[in-house]
Design a protein around this ligand. Sequence first.
Ligand code: C2E
Ligand code: MG
Ligand code: MG
Length: 767
Amino acid sequence: MIDYIQLFNEYHLELPDSLIRQNSLYDPLTHALNIYSFREISAIFLKNIRENKERNLEFQSRGVDIIFFNITSFQSFNEKYGFERGSQAIQKLANLISKAFPGRMVARFASDQFVVMAFSDESVRGIQEVSSAFEKILYDTVCSLKAGICNLPYEEEETEMAAFCDRAKSAADSIKKDYRSTFRRFDHVLEDHLNRRNYVVEHLDEAIEKGWIKVFYQPVIRSLTREVCGVEALARWEDPTYGLITPDLLIGTLEEYQKIHKLDSAIIRTACRETAALISQGKEVVPFSFNVSRLDFELCDIYQVITDCADSYGVPRKLIHVEITESVFDKNPEYIKEQIKKFHQGGFEVWMDDFGSGYSSLNTLKDYDFDVIKIDMLFLRRFDNRSKKILTSIVDMAKRLGIRTLAEGVETEEQLAFLRDIGCEKLQGFLIGKPQPLAELAEHLHHVELTIEPDSMRGYYDDLGRVNLLSTQPLDSDLIQDGDDSIEITQGIPLAIWEYRGDRGRFLLTNKPFRSILRSIGVYSPRALEFDLNDKAHPLHGQVLAYFKKMLQSGKIVTLDQMVNGNYLILHGRNVSSYEGGSAYVIVAHNVSEHAEFSRGIQTREAMSVVFQLFDIVDLIDPKKDRNEPIYIKNQFFAGHALGGGFKKLIGGIVRDTVHPSDRDRFLGFMNAETMEERLSCRDRALMTDYFRMKDEKGGYSWMEYDLFLLRRQEESRVLLCARWTGFERMQSFDENLYSSTVLSLVKDLHQFSDYINQEPKRQFRK
Ligand code: C2E
Ligand code: MG
Ligand code: MG
């Protein structure tokens, strides 16, 4: 039986009977002391050295430290390597600590936490020894070992051992996110922090009762309109003694002490009360979102709290959005899934907060049903090409899943413009406004001339927000593209959103490639074009109005081809959302003659217009790379040609939707990319022509003529596909020689044209 314990080599502590009788002084896994025996033994030790100051001169002169070790995110280690290896790592850490602090008292506090009592002059060296050895075990994980040191002050006679351990722990916690530090000593800054934490825990009820807890609102704007479409309700504690206490201290502390639900309930109640007051004053209100903690789901029935508040203040549920972070899924994911469903059924939107900040964000998206993801501000902090690419793919992916997007932490106009261009729907950040009390927010919005989005427009703009500006098929009728397995990140498609309010039109959005098309036709700003198109005397006014009307009435993709300032422009457009006062349209533009190489090749406009008069479709094919580059499409009926997707996929689609069943095999044979080049090479003019019955606009079948020309230069070769409707009679009297010589003289004799052919297509629809 153990009746004494060695603390500092020669210093032995006799154990009291209560401890001797206890069977387990030690932690079974690591053989370090367990937390209970540590508490008792260290308390006796502290009492002894305080009582026998003369006898314990060495302790006084060298000083004694409590060192707290903690592995951050150790849970992820277990997830990665399994529980068994997790336990081995903990044993290893215990051994390393005992080795680095020989003859000192070592205790295991919790799964990944250890405490050591050592002389002050031994602490730093010991910590460094443990850290550098343990780093090897953690090297390919997100975990790291942190240590905090607290010196035992002899003057604080009243302070108990547990408080010193807390201080050491808070020192270790304070460097959790600081990748460069391995340890920190408890100091006055931390002491102040710790005091505030204790204060917060002890005075929470009083703060709620006395109204010290305030809601600050941060505005959210819609990127398309720059109107305020929401606010986030954030907690602030305005304390009579300490001043403003912010969430960085508040939330963590209250979570640790399991009191966070009290704060969250107070926030939701206040936000409902303040919203109800605005409504009763007849003011325009926007929805508010607020943050729910992971622990709210355990500590209270948070759904009930929210519905009670909403109902008792009479706030419509569509004005309340619940923000949750992915950490809620750590425990009991099935339960949370149910809760999300319940919120949805109850009429609340559920938003995912801080998307991308954790390591399982993508999984969470896959498994849970969110209305909006709030993209973490981390991606905007380093606003370089890499993070732009990541942001672009997040927005693209979210839209494919039918989830709307909000970017947090927008601080510059440049970030705002980028996010709007990639179709990120809502924006929040200091550029737009800081969190502030309601009254100040109203003043701020007035000052910076931000208007509030009317309630009646919300659904309309939400619909518009679902258009995926990044898709190769932004006109797709479902707007959401699932089943499209090609995740490509391109801003290559020139695209705009046009809105009519009454008979006045405006661009809600033009992306970069679209603006460059405008420039190529001599229009230097979208605003200038807007002005012209709204001018009834302008020649294009009536035509454009009719074009949009046709889209609205048909609900389908409508194509317009138009010569503008000597450029051949093709527009495909579709109505995407409407309300009683207006409507919005997505427009994809192609400036056929803008192809610099193309126009260099076909030097004269006349030659070009001959091609365009002769054909309904001109495509450039690279059969080896399965690529097709639409050069010209006359008819909306073939709009599919312009939307990319690889040559084989294109042919597959045409066969399925357009070719007469009896002609399908022949068509597939004719278009076979594997053999195309070989077949064409055998022909003396490298030309092949055939005729197929294709579904026409009237729903019947008409003959269409397809021509393939092989264009070869050195090793490279491409095939030019030209197609046109042809009357049966014309087909009978077809003079192949005459016809092909016209076309061939156009395309083959102009050798510059093959320059174009041999270059990588500039406007790439699909990689
Ligand atoms: P969050 O929900 O992601 O809230 C956004 C935080 O980012 C806010 O900090 C806001 O002030 C800050 N922020 C907004 N725009 C910018 C910007 O452009 N630049 C920078 N650097 N920061 C910006 P805040 O209010 O300190 O809140 C911090 C976190 O505390 C919140 O992050 C949220 O997770 C939590 N929180 C706040 N209020 C509550 C609450 O009532 N309940 C719960 N459970 N958590 C809350
Ligand atoms: Mg939030
Ligand atoms: Mg956030």
